[in-house]
Each structure stands twice: as C-alpha cells, then as structure tokens.
Design a protein around this ligand. Structure first.
Ligand code: UDP
Length: 320
C-alpha cells in the first residue's frame, strides 16, 4: 500500500483520482484549500480510514511537518483554479494571483516535499501551455503560442512556470517527476457554475434555456471523459520510465463547439435555441491532442466516447 498525496484532491479531477487510488488499495492524503474544490466531492471518501482530508493552501510557507512524518511515496499536484470563464466566480480570471501562486510557489513547495520524502511527483499542466496553437494536433514538442499578459496568461504562464520548475528539480536533484498536459475533461462532479462548456450546455438545456455558444461556434475542442483522464494520470505516475517526460492526455475526437451544442440539445430538448455570444479574448481556435506518446509509452488511450460520456454527465447533473 502506497501513501499518496494529492493536491486539489477535492476538485473535479482530483476527487475522482482520490477515489481511484483508494480503490486500488492506497492511502490518500487529500490536500485542498477549497477555493474552487468542494468538500461534497469527497464526502463518500471521508469515512474511509485510508483517506485523510487536509484543508491547506499549498502556497502557505513550506512546512514538511504539516503533512505528517510518515513517508509519502507519491505526490500528484493538481491544485489550481482551471476554468477560463470570466463570468464564473470559480474561474482563474476571478483568482488571478492565487492561480499564479499555486502553480509557481505551490509547485515549488510540493517539489520540495517530494524531494524531502524521496517521493515520485506528477505535475498536471494543461493544453493551455500551447495557447492559441498554430499547429494541430498539438504534439508535446510544440512550444505554443501564448499571450504572456492576456486574460488567460495567469493560468497559461502559471502552468508553463510549473513545468519549468518541475524540470528544474529533475535536472538539479534527479527527482522522479513527470508533467501531464491535461486537455478538456468533463464528467460527473464538474461544478455547475464554473462556466465550462459541457456543464454550461447541459445545465442550460436541463433548465430549458438557450445554449450559449461563444463566437461562431466553429472553434474546436476534444473532450475526454474524467475516468479516462484519471486512468492516464495513474499510468503516467506508475509506468516505469515515465520520469523526465511530458505527456499529453486527452481525447482525440475533435468537435466544434456548435456540434457539442447540437449534440446536447438533441439529447435533452431538440426545441431549444442556440444563442451566439461574444467570443472571449484569446479563446483558442483549435485544440486537439497528439497522444501517440501516451499510447506507446503508457499503453493509454481514452475508452469512453463523447456520446456515452455526455449521457453519464447529463445523468449526474439531473441529480444536483
Ligand atoms: N464556450 C461556449 N459557451 C459556453 C462556455 C464555453 O461557447 O457557455 C466555448 C469557449 O469559448 C471555448 C470552448 O467553449 O471556445 C471551451 O470552453 P471551456 O471554458 O469549457 O474550456 P477552454 O477549452 O476554453 O479552457
């Protein structure tokens, strides 16, 4: 049984990861300051004696004692606001400084903890490091096209800094660490009000409101179901030889946002209207991961189709 620390463990992906790692027989320390994470996401785990919740901001001054004396074997560093929607109170636009700090200072602290404990480390970066990409699909070797001070920069540059910091520790200390670039992910436990496109469209449709498509809806994204994403994160941590590597994780089924609106409308209420609204500044036009590296080195590929995953997500949102 390994002892695993997850930052952002009460968030959308973090809570699914906590559940999966407990199921695999590990003990989990879930660290979250609940800025955008939610205690309800982990309510079913709190009775498990192998699970511990620690309410803490990882940007607070580094103190190894906070995390207990027992050896930590692996650290997954997921903590960060992640939604770009300026209308959402949970977005990184609403928390610009916190977002920069959790990905810089927070990453530094978690890397120090990994070094102190001899733990292996996984940093969750993002497809946002590619900015508005000039290449599609995006390969890990692409350096990206990022506006360094636009509205999304707090997240994009935060993630780029986090990657650089992780590689600093790999190069200077030989730390066992890897970087994952997470592409758009959806599924149960997404927050209703965090402004992501899948959750917005499903909740608008369930409330019989028009679906809000930003811009002409011809921009693309590729949507990965959360269980597939979690499986990729676990493989990336535990596959021998993954240290020192960057992996894209995401679904390669690229769709326009208009198509996603049509799909969700058809599933919930075909009579609903689609309302076009302003496209946010620096909204990437295309996003599609090249996942050849994860396929060959981690034996990973997504299994859940967008149709199936959206059905499961609709069922979830009917209950909350
Ligand atoms: N989007 C939209 N309507 C919404 C929310 C988002 O058309 O109600 C668009 C957004 O402009 C972007 C895409 O959907 O082009 C994905 O947005 P999301 O915030 O989910 O994630 P992103 O990939 O931009 O980080």
């Amino acid at each position: 049984m390994a002892r695993i620390l997850i930052t952002g463990g009460a968030g959308f992906i973090g809570s699914h990861l906590s559940r999966r790692l407990l199921k695999d027989g590990n003990s989990v320390i879930c660290v979250d300051n609940l800025l955008t994470g939610q205690r309800e996401n982990i309510a079913d785990l709190e009775a498990d004696s192998s699970f511990r919740f620690l309410e803490r901001d990882v940007t607070s001054p580094y103190d190894t004692n906070v995390y207990g004396e027992e050896k930590i074997d692996h650290i997954f560093h997921l903590a960060s606001p992640a939604s770009p929607n300026k209308n959402s109170p949970k977005s990184y636009i609403a928390y610009p400084i916190e977002t920069l700090l959790v990905n810089s200072v927070g990453t530094y602290h978690m890397l120090l903890l990994a070094k102190d404990h001899g733990a292996s480390f996984l940093y969750t970066s993002s497809s946002e490091v590619y900015g508005d990409p000039e290449q599609s699909p995006q390969k890990e070797t692409y350096f990206g096209n990022v506006n360094p001070n636009g509205p999304r920069s707090v997240y994009d540059e935060g993630k780029r800094f986090g990657e650089a910091m992780t590689f600093g520790f790999i190069r200077k200390y030989g730390l066992d660490a890897r970087v994952i670039r997470i592409f758009n992910t959806y599924g149960p436990s997404m927050q209703k009000d965090d402004g992501r496109v899948v959750s917005n469209f499903i909740n608008q449709a369930l409330a019989h409101q028009a679906l809000t498509v930003y811009g002409d809806g011809l921009q693309t994204r590729s949507f990965c179901y959360v269980h597939d994403m979690v499986d990729g994160l676990v493989r990336a941590m535990f596959t021998v030889g993954s240290s020192g590597h960057v992996f894209n994780l995401g679904n390669t089924d690229e769709r326009t946002i208009q198509d996603i609106a049509e799909l969700i409308k058809k599933k919930i209420d075909p009579s609903l209207a689609i309302e076009n609204m302003d496209l946010p500044e620096d909204d990437p036009k295309r996003r599609n991961p090249d996942i050849m590296k994860a396929k060959t080195q981690l034996g990973w590929s997504p299994k859940v189709s967008v149709e199936e995953g959206i059905d499961k997500t609709i069922e979830y949102f009917k209950t909350v």
